[in-house]
Write a protein that binds this ligand. Structure first.
Ligand SMILES: [Zn+2]
Ligand SMILES: [Zn+2]
Length: 177
């Protein structure tokens, strides 16, 4: 699947945000930003206020809502709700040594940069490659979301771990019956 590099990494930021562990405590969103600090100008203050953390949760919920949607109409609805929170302002940068575009300016508030990048990255993949490309893991006990980059859109699990766990479980179930 040949989506462009920036779109690809931006959608991964969206997936990681939806899968972030919010039970980790009130600082979960700040911890998330620290783990993804390559998206922000060096020296950015990555501490979010409780209100901003709430907004990050809203963005994460909308990404998950797109992943669990069962039809194109549902995906469009939820994608548009997410896009309504975005303020795209394209910005050319070479912060990693290679010239590329960001969807948000580095002087925009941090949470606005996060939400805009997530919304644009997710929508770009959906409109270019189809609404079924964003899904939820089929493994029992796992509800992580994923982006399906397989050639024939056949992915069902968030990770190889979940895929093999499910294969083993299905095998055992067959043995029993
Ligand atoms: Zn960049
Ligand atoms: Zn999984």
């Amino acid at each position: 699947m040949d989506y462009d590099t920036y779109g690809s990494t931006a959608v991964e930021l969206a997936i990681d945000l939806a899968n972030a562990d919010r039970d980790a405590g009130p600082d979960w969103a700040t911890a998330f930003l620290r783990a993804h600090d390559e998206w922000f100008e060096p020296g950015s203050v990555l501490d979010l206020s409780p209100a901003e953390t709430g907004q990050a949760a809203t963005t994460a919920d909308l990404v998950r809502a797109v992943a669990v949607a069962q039809s194109e109409a549902e995906v469009m609805d939820r994608l548009n709700a997410l896009l309504a929170l975005a303020h795209p302002k394209p910005y050319a940068t070479d912060h990693d040594g290679e010239l590329h575009l960001h969807y948000a300016r580095p002087d925009a508030p941090l949470l606005e940069q996060l939400t805009t990048t997530v919304a644009m990255g997710l929508s770009q993949v959906v409109v270019q490659h189809g609404w079924q490309r964003i899904g939820v893991c089929s493994a029992e006990g796992c509800d992580d979301v994923y982006v399906d980059t397989s050639r024939n859109a056949s992915r069902r699990y968030c990770s190889n771990t979940c895929a093999s766990r499910s294969t083993v479980a299905a095998y055992r179930a067959r043995q029993k019956s």
